[in-house]
Design a protein around this ligand. Structure first.
Ligand SMILES: Cc1cc2nc3c(=O)[nH]c(=O)nc-3n(C[C@H](O)[C@H](O)[C@H](O)COP(=O)(O)OP(=O)(O)OC[C@H]3O[C@@H](n4cnc5c(N)ncnc54)[C@H](O)[C@@H]3O)c2cc1C
Length: 450
């Protein structure tokens, strides 16, 4: 282990150039006395909390992310449905750690990870050497190999996805409007996946349609603007108690969503979703909210990655066979102590990130590491204005306005950046009182037109 010494990659230009120019046999990295170098791949919840735990310790940390910002994924659906601006749910990673002299940021995507050689190669060819590495690269949308899904459906995983979906929804509405001599076209928004993301998106799309028709006076027949929510399971919100599923289905149906359960999607085309039963559902926009996978991410390239690409970590979150390599959050299959793995949720990423940072410090100090224990504080999902479900272990299900207030408070609490919290709070308040608002801006044609 190189603990107690530091490879000098932040002068990383020089180290990287040496690595790129040399054959493996002649590889030469400059080693200087100093703190151990920790590389954290990914600035999501997991990565940020690893860095926070390490930032006051005897280590130099480099956080590398393909985006220069952290994304608050739980509110992406509000960006996609023109409730919030992209900047409201993202925060520059450099700004988060601006005051920490032992933390550096590198903008770039890790393309190769060599755990034995202790170096990561970025897409631009640069090489970063490390003493410890944490894989916190998250996951990606899972299309389950369904024909046409990746091509024609829009996932909701990144900020770019959310912006793309917003444009698609608004363009579809503009395109559907009645014109002189041309009748209005029907609008069918099909959402695949009845988990929290699917139901939140379905609720928010109905609100968007309502605002566009009522406030923006789009000439579209309300009866021909439909939101269809599909799930293969017999109920919505599979991870919640049955009463939460019933409540969500009831509220969505009352708000005009066509909820179809036990509907298995066989393929997606440019204008329809085809079910396994053979039924064809016409679609103007298809939102893919059917689940996530780590397959295709850098995590899946690590030996020991499981079937969905997640790295099966040891109880202390280290990668088996590598005392200096760790994985956290969505990228890791973390034992839950009950024979299964922890869910891919923000609290798991936060807690595992924090624990991992502490274990690296223990390893640096030569102390034994400790197993991770997940403290389940509950789950919640909103269906829209005044309607949400919240389940805390051991307590009864909270639903309705109380659940919605709890959902809003918790999301404001976890949102990164004080300015973002204020902006989101003001936006929500503004919308609640029904003032015409919201960034209903189509940016894709504006960006290419000039
Ligand atoms: C739409 C949506 C809604 C959600 N809603 C909720 C919710 O309501 N409640 C809840 O608890 N959880 C929710 N989740 C899940 C939660 O957001 C995730 O569990 C959590 O963000 C995982 O954190 P992470 O750090 O592991 O990964 P992420 O937050 O995904 O961060 C991974 C980071 O790694 C970067 N990265 C990836 N690959 C590379 C690479 N090769 N090189 C460099 N950087 C890379 C990415 O750019 C990203 O910044 C939601 C997820 C989604 C997608």
């Amino acid at each position: 282990m190189l603990a107690g010494r530091r490879l000098r990659p932040v002068d990383r230009g020089a180290a990287s150039a040496a690595v790129r120019a040399s054959s493996p046999g002649l590889l030469r990295l400059e080693v200087v006395a100093g703190e151990p170098e920790v590389l954290v791949i990914g600035g999501g919840f997991g990565g940020l909390h690893v860095v926070r735990a390490l930032s006051k310790g005897p280590a130099h940390v480099t956080i590398v992310d393909r985006h220069n910002f952290h994304t608050f994924q739980p509110l992406l659906y509000q960006v996609a449905t023109a409730g919030l601006e992209p900047a409201d749910v993202a925060y520059p990673i450099r700004t988060i750690f601006g005051r920490r002299s032992n933390v550096g940021f590198r903008h770039g995507a890790v393309a190769q990870l060599d755990l034995e050689g202790r170096r990561a190669t970025l897409l631009d060819g640069a090489v970063i050497a490390f003493d410890h590495v944490v894989v916190a690269c998250g996951a990606a949308a899972n299309f389950f190999g369904i024909e046409g899904a990746e091509r024609y459906a829009t996932p909701l995983y990144t900020l770019a996805d959310a912006r793309r979906l917003r444009d698609r929804l608004l363009l579809t509405l503009e395109d559907a409007e009645e014109q002189p001599g041309i009748p209005a076209k029907p609008v069918n928004v099909v959402i695949v996946g009845g988990g929290p993301t699917g139901i939140e998106t379905a609720g928010a799309v109905t609100e968007l349609l309502n605002v566009c028709l009522r406030r923006d006076h789009l000439r579209i027949d309300p009866a021909s603007a439909k939101v269809i929510l599909l799930d293969v399971a017999p109920r919505l919100l599979g991870g919640f108690p049955g009463s939460a599923s019933d409540y969500a289905a009831k509220v969505l149906t009352r708000r005009g969503v066509d909820v179809r359960l036990e509907a298995s999607v066989a393929s997606v085309t440019s204008d329809a979703v085809i079910l396994a039963s053979g039924e064809r559902i016409a679609s103007s926009v298809v939102v893919w909210a059917a689940g996530v996978t780590a397959t295709g991410t850098i995590a899946a390239s690590v030996r020991g990655a499981g079937p969905s690409g997640r790295i099966a970590v040891a109880p202390d979150l280290s990668i088996p066979g590598h005392a200096n390599a760790w994985a956290v959050g969505d990228a890791a299959a973390i034992p839950d102590g009950k024979g299964s793995t922890c869910p891919q949720l923000a609290p798991v990423a936060i807690q595992s990130g924090r624990h991992c940072g502490r274990q690296i410090l223990r390893a640096i100090e030569g102390r034994d590491t400790e197993p991770f224990t997940y403290h389940d504080k509950g789950i919640m999902a909103t269906i829209g204005r005044n309607a949400a479900v919240a389940k805390v272990p051991g307590a009864p299900l909270v639903k309705g306005r109380l659940g919605w207030l709890a959902w809003m408070s918790l999301h404001l609490f976890y949102l990164v950046g004080f300015r973002n919290r204020i902006r989101v709070f003001v936006n929500w308040t503004w919308r609640y009182f029904d003032w015409p608002s919201g960034p209903r801006l189509i940016m894709s044609d504006a960006e290419t037109a000039d």
